[in-house]
Design a protein around this ligand. Structure first.
Ligand SMILES: *Cc1c(COP(=O)(O)O)cnc(C)c1O
Length: 500
């Protein structure tokens, strides 16, 4: 067919493209979207309480097919109905479940700019000064951690990916420096099946998951006992390392957690760094939750020893009031990125490598990557690190207050004293010691409060028993808000106890 025979469709809606022709429409649609987003803020409860069945019954609103062709106004009305009216509000004082923070306005402005301009941060020729801004954000957090001058890092999709990169580097570095094996280029080696990684038994599941993805398997991760403050026991760590060596296995890394997901507990970084140094193995610090507490006056001292880490994970979307995604992966020496780097002819050919015009793709396992650093830049410029540290101190203080309120209450048992901003506890029925009943009543409380849209509380397990968990990340939340949630928990618990 000759080119001239191709007829172009005449009625394409190019008005919707973001460019110099659509400035007016851009402003109009963003303003309309803002009006709808404001209705989300007007929702009374953290959740409408609509059942999954009811939400699924809005199939028509959710579905798309080849005939779909709504106006933007229609689509906005529809998204209110199928999503905004039922979305979970992380800013609501009764949302105390997971590590989801309320977000800051400067971060949202940064995100709007990042999305509209749509910079991809993989190469200099796609990003120019965006690359400089990301590098500056990395330099800032490395300095906060007292990392050495050769330290470096990159933004990632989250703590899971950051931990993945840490284990990949630990694995490949060990194989390379001890056996001259180049896993990146040559693939699997049998030695790797003997590699062992040590972390506390309260460490995040992504350590095991990543070990499996990296071909080492769950069995490569050795859980180390924790003390009554939920911190890794260092004598148990040394014993575990020695035991694995005796069995012919090869210790390659220790992962310390700076703020465990459930208890906010910090493993003793200083001592663990010395042990890693003695065994000459990789030292990774998972600060996905606790890393940003380095900005506080109350917790800064707990970071002593972090400066010896070979790598570190810090999630800004957990504890720095950033929209998802925003996470940093840091290394003490930029040369470790050689285990990840790849030079593609079409994108970043090795002969064009140039310190003056860096291509951040060298440091990332993603190719196309969002300009997530911009949100943080706005936040640090406008809200400021001091304020952010203050927010974290406040939510820590809140967790302590709730602890003191419920610790002597006969209807509650607390599992720990909050080290950061979580509190693990459970409802007790005085006189009842049957664990099955206590597990059931706590799950009943959690589910009933969620389904009614009254409060979202998390649950977790400790020594096989079911507990409830508060994760506090909202600096506007008051003690009174939380007393209200505690009251609801008690009410539901007592309703269950009377009816069963
Ligand atoms: C949340 C968390 C992770 C995982 O981070 P994502 O950003 O959710 O991928 C890893 N480690 C710890 C300690 C966490 O709390």
């Amino acid at each position: 067919m000759l080119d001239t025979q191709i007829t172009l469709k005449p009625d394409l809606a190019v008005d919707y493209l973001f460019d110099a022709h659509s400035k007016h429409e851009y402003e109009e649609y963003i303003q309309k979207a803002v009006q709808y987003i404001k209705t989300f803020l007007d929702n009374d409860c953290f959740y409408s309480g609509e059942s999954a069945e009811m939400l699924k019954s809005r199939k028509e609103g959710i579905s798309v097919n080849s005939q779909t062709n709504l106006s933007l106004d229609q689509a906005l009305r529809e998204i209110k109905d199928v999503f905004l009216d039922h979305a979970i509000s992380f800013h609501h004082p009764h949302y105390v479940a997971h590590l989801n923070c309320p977000v800051l306005l400067p971060a949202l402005v940064g995100d709007l700019i990042a999305s509209s301009v749509n910079t991809a941060i993989e190469t200099w020729d796609q990003s120019t000064s965006a690359t400089l801004i990301e590098k500056e954000m990395i330099r800032w957090i490395c300095n906060e951690m007292n990392f050495p001058a050769e330290s470096d890092g990159v933004f990632t999709s989250g703590g899971t990916q950051s931990n993945f990169k840490a284990l990949l580097m630990a694995r490949d570095h060990y194989a390379f420096t001890h056996y001259g094996i180049n896993l990146k280029e040559n693939g699997w080696s049998d030695e790797v099946s003997k590699f062992r990684v040590f972390c506390s038994n309260k460490a995040h599941f992504s350590i095991k998951k990543n070990a499996a993805l990296l071909g080492m398997g769950y069995d490569a991760v050795i859980p180390v006992e924790t003390d009554d403050k939920m911190k890794m026991k260092v004598d148990a760590l040394v014993q575990a390392i020695e035991k694995e060596k005796q069995q012919g296995n090869i210790p390659i890394a220790i992962v310390a957690t700076a703020g465990t997901t459930d208890f906010g507990s910090f493993d003793p970084l200083q001592t663990i760094s010395k042990i890693a140094n003695e065994y000459n193995i990789w030292f990774h610090v998972d600060g996905a939750y606790g890393g940003c507490y380095v900005l506080t006056d109350t917790h800064k001292h707990m970071f002593n020893g972090v400066e010896y880490a070979d790598s570190m994970t810090v999630d800004f979307h957990k504890t720095l009031f950033q929209p998802v995604c925003s996470s940093a992966f840091l290394v003490r020496d930029t040369k470790y990125f050689k285990y990840i780097s790849y030079y593609a002819d079409y994108l970043n050919p090795i002969e064009n490598r140039d310190e003056e015009h860096p291509d951040l793709i060298e440091k990332s396992i993603q190719t196309t990557r969002r300009f997530d650093a911009l949100k943080l830049w706005f936040t640090l410029k406008v809200t400021g690190a001091k304020n952010l540290g203050g927010f974290l101190e406040r939510v820590h203080h809140l967790a302590r207050e709730v602890y003191y309120i419920i610790k002597d209450d006969i209807y509650f048992e607390v599992a720990h004293k909050p080290e950061l901003s979580t509190l693990v506890f459970r409802f007790k029925i005085p006189g009842v010691s049957d664990e099955k009943i206590l597990d059931t009543v706590n799950l009943y409380i959690k589910n009933t409060l969620f389904n009614a849209g009254k409060a979202s509380v998390a649950s977790t397990k400790l020594n096989g028993k079911t507990y409830l968990k508060f994760t506090l990340l909202n600096p506007r939340t008051t003690k009174e808000d939380l007393i209200e949630v505690v009251k609801m928990i008690k009410e539901q618990g007592l309703i269950y106890a009377t009816n069963n």
